[in-house]
Design a protein. Structure first.
Length: 110
């Protein structure tokens, strides 16, 4: 008799965000799984905007990210919704960049 094994469900990594002082400041993104911990760093600068708060996130030299060809992203907060210009946000409606800005703003760090 054949048995069918069920695939293990995917466990998403835990993300945490921290603002590191500097000029411009850095956002440190920590991605933690059961066996690994990865760090990414993005310089964050406000973008002048007449209609909604916006920020530019630029990868540090130590960060490749999931898309090494993209070096910077723009995050805009429209009516409490955070939108990013990265491919992940365009395809799935969420990403670490928008989540970092939202988390840091809600925590009063940004």
């Amino acid at each position: 008799m054949n048995t069918v094994t069920q695939p293990r469900p995917r466990v998403k990594p835990t993300l945490s965000f921290r603002l590191v002082a500097g000029d411009p400041p850095l956002i440190e993104v920590t991605e933690k799984t059961a066996h690994t911990m990865k760090f990414s760093w993005y310089y964050v600068t406000p973008i002048p905007s007449g209609y909604a708060p916006a920020w530019a996130l630029t990868k540090s030299a130590l960060t490749d990210g999931s898309d090494p060809e993209e070096r910077s992203y723009e995050v805009v907060c429209e009516g409490g919704v955070y939108i990013c210009s990265c491919k992940g946000n365009v395809a799935h409606g969420h990403c670490r960049h928008a989540e970092a800005i939202r988390t840091l703003r809600e925590g009063g760090a940004l």
